[in-house]
Design a protein around this ligand. Structure first.
Ligand SMILES: [Zn+2]
Length: 121
């Protein structure tokens, strides 16, 4: 979704927004601090700025629909996905925990949720 964001907002998606995933390289830390299932996007710049997260929330329904379409259209069969669908060259965990199947589930769930519960204007 972050890679698709520049199609909707004037930003450098991977530079302006980040995601968070469990580290397979710090298993002891992950075991001490279990994380709930979640989708987390945050701005890489902590100073008051263009508020990309807020702007992203307003177009979330279109963004997740396009992300779902990209994943569904990818013909590669690897379980972890590929750079064309779910992997990121900026992933600090080297895409070790990406999952094409799970990403598709998340995109479909978010698409349905954002349709049923749109943000108030
Ligand atoms: Zn792919």
């Amino acid at each position: 979704m972050i890679a698709l964001l520049p199609m909707y907002l004037l930003c450098d998606g991977p530079a302006d927004l980040r995601c968070d995933c469990p580290s397979v390289f710090e298993l002891s830390y992950s075991e001490r601090h279990p994380r709930p299932a979640r989708v987390l996007m945050y701005e890489s710049n902590a100073s008051p700025g263009p508020a990309f997260v807020r702007a992203t929330a307003r177009i979330l329904h279109r963004l997740v629909a396009q992300a779902r379409q990209v994943i569904e259209a990818c013909s590669r069969t690897g379980a972890q996905g590929c750079p064309s669908c779910v992997q990121s060259s900026r992933c600090t965990e080297l895409n070790e925990v990406t999952s094409k199947r799970d990403a598709l589930w998340v995109a479909r769930a978010l698409e349905q949720w954002s349709r049923e519960y749109p943000l108030p204007q």
